[in-house]
Design a protein around this ligand. Structure first.
Ligand code: ADE
Length: 253
């Protein structure tokens, strides 16, 4: 999978793309990153990428011409045109479902907005999708783009062990069960004995119950979605009822 990142600050990506899993995935040829400095497509002596907003008001707006030229030029560097995504706090909220969808694409162009935003006409003509990583405001789209890259890249086949994806939080609306490793007793606290029993059926049941318990305690809104998606078994629903779950009190999805 190919990621093209269009930004005014390409150096911000140095750390995240050159360490750990993303580094190994690039070396293995599973994913490739291409960083593009939008300023390269400015045409004036001062390399101006932003300007004051029409109508007045605070902040600066990213100019249409360099940004549009950058998007068009980057698209043309590969036969696969890709999907162009703008990172912006007023975009659609990123979820694991969207991440899974993006991971099936051969190419993504991530446009990092800055200042107060980008000229609306570029959004209308060249942006396919707008994503926000949460209801808070960052100084720019760069950190958000890194979040998207990280979440999507790990789902690309061969990037991480596929078994760890199956049971993880959000893959089926339930949070993860608790994890333990050696020693069996740490500072007087023992690992739940069922995990040492070697009884796979009981371990699986315990883990499922812990996922349900934890989701009910922390994110009851997810249980409503899990029920609607049909991923809760009869045994799940019985246990949840014992734990006092009342779907109508859990808030909507
Ligand atoms: N740019 C600034 N804040 C952002 C957010 N929350 N998500 C995506 N892009 C952003």
């Amino acid at each position: 999978m190919r990621f093209d990142i269009l930004t005014l600050f390409p150096a911000m990506f140095q750390g995240p793309l050159t360490e750990s899993i993303l580094k190994r995935a690039q070396q293995a040829g599973r994913i490739e990153f291409h960083l593009h400095d939008i300023r390269q497509w400015t045409t004036d002596r001062h390399r101006t990428a932003d300007d004051t907003p029409y109508g007045g008001g605070a902040g600066m707006v990213m100019k249409a011409e360099p940004l549009a030229a950058a998007i068009r030029a980057v698209r043309a560097t590969d036969d696969r045109p890709g999907v162009t995504i703008l990172l912006t706090p007023d975009g659609e909220l990123l979820t694991q479902q969207i991440v899974r969808e993006l991971a099936t694409l051969p190419r993504l162009l991530l446009v990092c907005g800055h200042y107060e935003g980008i000229d609306e006409r570029v959004r209308e003509t060249l942006i396919d999708r707008e994503l926000s990583i949460g209801d808070y405001v960052l100084t720019g789209g760069e950190l958000a783009a890194m979040v998207v890259v990280d979440a999507v890249a790990r789902l690309v086949p061969g990037v991480i062990d596929s078994e760890s994806i199956v049971e993880e939080s959000h893959s089926d609306f339930l949070l993860e069960y608790p994890h333990y490793t050696r020693p069996a007793v740490w500072e007087g606290r023992a690992v739940p004995s069922v995990l040492l029993s070697g009884h796979h059926g009981e371990i699986a049941r315990w883990r499922r119950a812990e996922r349900l318990r934890r989701t009910l305690a922390r994110r009851p809104d997810l249980l409503v979605r899990a029920a609607a998606a049909g991923v809760l078994s009869k045994a799940d629903l019985t246990l949840l009822a014992e734990l006092g779950w009342r779907p109508e009190a859990s808030g909507s999805a």
